[in-house]
Each structure stands twice: as C-alpha cells, then as structure tokens.
Design a protein around this ligand. Structure first.
Ligand SMILES: CC(C)(COP(=O)(O)OP(=O)(O)OC[C@H]1O[C@@H](n2cnc3c(N)ncnc32)[C@H](O)[C@@H]1OP(=O)(O)O)[C@@H](O)C(=O)NCCC(=O)NCCS
Length: 157
C-alpha cells in the first residue's frame, strides 16, 4: 500500500465484511495475538459493537486503520485500535479516536475506557493526549509476551 507524506485527513465508516481482508493484514502486523477473521465477524454482527474503518479522504479504496468499541450501559469500551504501519504518525489514530468518541457521545455514552499494554508507549501517549488517565492495572492480562494491562478511563467522555 502506498504511503502518504505528512498529516492525512481520514473518513471513518462502519466496517463491512468486505473490509476484513485488509483489516486482517493490518491486524497481523499490529498485534502479537491478532484477532481472527471469526472474531471480527462476530464483532461486526454484535449489536452493541461499533467497528469502523478509516480511509484517507479522496482515496476511497485504501483502509489505513480501524477502531472498535462496545457500549456497556453508558460506557464506551474501546476494544481495538490499529493503524497500518505505513500510515502511522500521520494523525490517523487520533482522528479515529476523536470521531469514535463523538459517535459514542451521540449513543449516550458518558465515559470511556480501554486496556493497554504497560510497554505500549505509542498508544499510551495517544490516549493521554486525548483525556484518558490510568486508574489501575490488570496483572499479566496479556500473553505473548505476558504483560500487565493499564486500565485507562476518560470520565467524562
Ligand atoms: C498506537 C497506534 C494506533 C497509533 O497510531 P498513529 O496513527 O500512528 O497515531 P497518531 O499519528 O494519531 O498519533 C497521535 C499521537 O499519539 C502519540 N504517538 C503515536 N505514535 C507514537 C510513537 N510511536 N511514539 C510516541 N508517541 C506516539 C503522539 O503523541 C502522537 O502525536 P504526534 O504525532 O503529534 O506526536 C499505532 O502505533 C498502532 O497501530 N500500533 C499497533 C497497535 C496498537 O498498539 N494499538 C493500540 C492498542 S491499545
């Protein structure tokens, strides 16, 4: 996939099953325990889940990232965020996050939470810049390698 230079403006759209081939390629490059196709399929069908893909404006064919969240009562639980390695550090994740938080506010969510690997400095910097704060630790929450999760909340959303 071609690489843009500088900041890129994105459009966020609901993920479709047709998007899964590209999403799975990004997923495998982004996580040591990637979601499978069936996990994405079940999430797309889950009525309390909202999965989005990001495309650069003006380039409708390219998926450069995706984000998913679940609604739990009035809470936005962010379950997945990833950006194609070739498109990182161009503002894709922060635009996905801001647009998804606006979507969740429209869906009556009043606060947001997620887990992040203790060593994942890139993601933590992203979330801290957008109003999330650490409130606890889930010991050895992750595998491959085993690692603690930080629990982050943004309250109010
Ligand atoms: C974390 C991730 C989603 C960030 O995506 P991105 O599109 O590159 O992020 P953005 O360009 O929107 O960056 C927004 C801010 O986050 C922080 N950030 C992003 N990547 C960073 C890095 N490698 N190092 C330090 N800070 C970083 C910076 O504050 C950045 O702002 P800046 O570029 O003005 O300094 C991406 O690195 C990724 O897909 N990683 C693998 C999957 C993952 O870890 N997902 C999160 C699981 S909780």
């Amino acid at each position: 996939m071609k690489r843009a230079v500088g900041r890129v403006a994105i459009s966020l759209e609901p993920m479709q099953l047709d998007d899964l081939e590209t999403v799975l390629l990004i997923e495998q490059q982004s996580f040591s325990t990637p979601w499978s196709s069936s996990m994405f399929r079940s999430e797309v069908r889950n009525p309390t889940s909202h999965l989005f893909v990001a495309r650069p404006q003006g380039e409708p064919g390219d998926i450069v990232g995706y984000l998913g969240y679940r609604v739990v009562i009035d809470e936005m639980h962010i379950v997945i965020v990833a950006v194609d390695p070739a498109w990182r550090r161009q503002g894709v994740a922060q635009q996905m996050l801001c647009q998804a938080m606006a979507h969740a506010r429209d869906a009556a969510c009043t606060k947001a939470t997620l887990e992040v690997r203790a060593s994942n400095n890139a993601a933590q910097q992203l979330y801290y810049r957008h109003g999330f704060a650490p409130v606890g630790v889930r010991p050895r929450y992750y595998m491959r390698p085993p690692e603690d999760a930080l629990i982050l909340w943004r309250d109010p959303l």
